[in-house]
Write a protein that binds this ligand. Structure first.
Ligand code: DUC
Ligand code: ZN
Ligand code: ZN
Length: 477
């Protein structure tokens, strides 16, 4: 029998479907054998009966993404991927964002330059399409999809990013023809602008008014519209960062009608409420300004329910890292900037997996199988990385997490490896954290970050099977 580079002994393996006790034999970065009593490897790791899950795929992160408003993202592709690895994530999918007027090709080249020599784990890119000119739609987008950029995000809000409904229809039709997965940021731009103007005119500038400027209704309306546009074109979509009941209702209704509407949610909608944005005149709430904003306890419960009942396919972080102190993060427009001038986003790439294992699996809200589906397997399928990524199976990359459970981990920013000076989850007490993370068979975290800069490989993505249209719509002209 072959000898292995590494054997993980006595693992309690959890996949999206199964749970079994096994050794895991690793050869050339891949899983080569799953059996009890494997022969010795060059390196032996004793899992001692602990859970071993697939390394996480964080399919929604922002690294080194220019914002255009004077703020600067704190994490580049080294600190961001190091932080990911230390939290049990072995693949990230950040964004290559087209600026209006820029070609998509130039955007992709720009982000490859930003990543060059930095990632410690494997990575792919989603595109962000902000300027769907006829040339982009006819030539560039199909060419890039062919080259492995098989998913892209579109925005319904943010002036620098948003598309009109007409542009969304044109872009969705290209996705349908070419087999790409479309991610939608669903918030109604005009409603937000109107509310913001009125709040500011009334002197309501503090961070907490961010939530008032983007109530659930504006997300519900845009979610409904995105689903309707996708239904018209007959193409699947994935609604990202869903924050509460009204949007879940729209998604659930579409799913019940048989539409291929997938949904993502994020830790901030389980563990934060709008109270985190502050209740006084202080600026601290700016730390938790993100969009959509966190809601309330009842909405948190709806998100938990959706994770349990299958409404959500993906649990990602939407890691968007801005420092709280210093001149170029949350305070880029001053120490008491109005809420609409504060960079949107919170960090979370390192805490995502442990938060869901601790508060989801260990508290009995979801099963280990749900956890694996939500943090790895479904993202691999939805974004064309399966079967190389997202499972524990013969031939898959040996991307693995060995879990420590049962302790009391008091979350504190000092234990994290991102370049942000706070975590919104400081003070929470978790009962699980990754003990060891392996990426293609190499230990990248064992209590210390071990991944060398640049060892992460770029992953061209396949056309995702779940992006195939239903082909039930009347023939489009
Ligand atoms: N919202 C987004 O849409 N992206 C990054 C961060 C945020 O809050
Ligand atoms: Zn978004
Ligand atoms: Zn985002």
């Amino acid at each position: 029998m072959q000898s292995f580079d590494t054997v993980i002994r006595n693992a309690r393996v959890a996949t999206a479907a199964d749970e079994f006790h096994s050794d895991i034999g690793i050869l050339d970065g891949r899983i080569a054998a799953l059996a009890v009593g494997l022969p010795a490897g060059q390196r032996e790791i004793d899992a001692a009966g602990r859970y071993v899950t697939p390394g996480g795929i964080d399919s929604h992160v922002h690294f080194d993404q220019p914002t255009g408003d004077g703020s600067v993202m704190a994490d580049d592709f080294f600190s961001g991927t190091t932080s990911a690895a230390c939290g049990g994530t072995t693949t990230v999918i950040p964004f290559a964002c087209q600026q209006k007027g820029q070609t998509l090709r130039a955007a992709v080249e720009d982000y490859h330059r930003r990543a060059d020599g930095k990632p410690v784990i494997d990575y792919a890119f989603h595109l962000i399409v902000t300027d769907p000119t006829p040339r982009v739609l006819r030539d560039e987008l199909p060419a890039l999809i062919n080259e492995g950029y098989t998913s892209f995000k579109i925005y319904m809000t943010y002036d620098a990013l948003k598309l009109s409904d007409r542009d969304i229809l044109e872009t969705l039709s290209v996705a349908r023809r070419e087999g790409a997965m479309v991610m939608v940021h669903a918030e109604n731009s005009d409603c937000i602008a109107w509310l913001t103007e009125r709040l500011l005119a009334a002197g309501h500038t503090q961070p907490r008014y961010h939530a008032a400027s983007r109530p659930m209704l504006v997300e519900r309306e845009a979610t409904h519209r995105a689903i309707a546009l996708a239904e018209l074109v007959d193409v699947p979509i994935l609604v990202v960062h869903v924050s509460g009941r009204e949007s879940v209702d729209q998604i659930r209704q579409a799913q019940n009608l048989g539409l291929k509407v997938y949904a993502e949610t994020c830790p901030q909608y389980l563990f934060l409420t709008a109270d985190a944005l502050g209740c006084d005149d202080g600026f601290e709430g700016a730390q938790c300004i993100c969009s959509p904003p966190p809601r309330d306890a009842a909405n948190q419960q709806v998100i938990w329910d959706g994770l349990e009942n299958g409404s959500f396919a993906v649990f990602s972080s939407d890691h968007a890292p801005f420092r709280y102190h210093g001149p170029d993060g949350k305070r880029a427009h001053g120490d008491n900037a109005a809420f609409n001038q504060v960079a949107n986003g919170i960090p979370g790439v390192e805490t995502r997996m442990a938060l869901l294992w601790s508060e989801g699996v260990r508290r009995g809200r979801i099963t280990p199988q749900d956890f694996v589906a939500l943090t790895a397997t479904n993202a691999a399928r939805l974004y064309g990385l399966y079967p190389r990524k997202g499972s524990i199976a013969i031939g898959a990359d040996a991307d693995l997490v060995i879990w420590d459970e049962g302790g009391h981990i008091h979350l504190d920013n000092a234990m994290l490896h991102h370049n942000v000076d706070y975590t919104p989850y400081a003070g929470m007490c978790l009962s699980a954290w990754p003990a060891i993370t392996l990426s293609r068979g190499e230990v990248v975290w064992d209590g210390q970050p071990r991944g060398a800069a640049g060892r992460g490989q770029f992953l061209p993505c396949l056309r995702p099977d779940p992006a195939r249209p239903r082909r039930r719509a009347a023939e489009l002209p």
